[in-house]
Design a protein around this ligand. Structure first.
Ligand code: SF4
Ligand code: SF4
Length: 135
């Protein structure tokens, strides 16, 4: 027996939220892997950008949110420029971060950063990290 689900049967509320925030259709992805092969953050990611897309196609947003991938993403847009289907993967990563941050859950706990260590970081890196990783 062949079991085929249509996108509208899989598109749960969280998938819809990601698509709405990122302005993408996750079902356009055909898993060519070009996004992951150009991504500079892959060595630090628990799952790859193309795997994020595949899990979205299965409606498994919570599964993605349990990984570090969207936090480790450097927002460099390489994936978005390489995608032959014009999917803005960088915007998907931002949407996933927004879903978490809108629950007022910071990924970066500022008070846990060592003050001496903080002096070593370039100010622009700190500003960027605070903007991206805190609610
Ligand atoms: S490059 Fe685009 S089509 Fe290819 S796997 Fe990544 S998101 Fe999917
Ligand atoms: S935007 Fe994020 S996911 Fe895309 S290539 Fe850059 S680091 Fe990787």
């Amino acid at each position: 027996m062949e079991l085929k689900l249509k996108p509208e049967e899989i598109r749960n509320d969280l998938v819809k939220k990601v698509e709405e925030l990122a302005g993408v259709n996750v079902f356009a992805c055909y898993q060519c892997g070009k996004c992951s092969s150009g991504c500079p953050s892959v060595p630090y990611m628990e799952i790859l950008p193309n795997q994020v897309l595949r899990l979205l196609q299965f409606g498994k947003v919570e599964r993605i949110l349990r990984t570090n991938t969207h936090w480790v993403c450097a927002s460099c847009f390489v994936c978005s420029t390489r995608c032959p289907k014009d999917i803005d993967i960088a915007a998907i990563m931002e949407a996933l971060r927004q879903i978490e941050l809108r629950k007022n859950q910071d990924y970066l706990i500022v008070r846990r950063i060592d003050t001496e260590e903080m002096k070593e970081f370039p100010p622009i890196a700190l500003v960027s990290a605070f903007r991206k990783l805190t609610a």
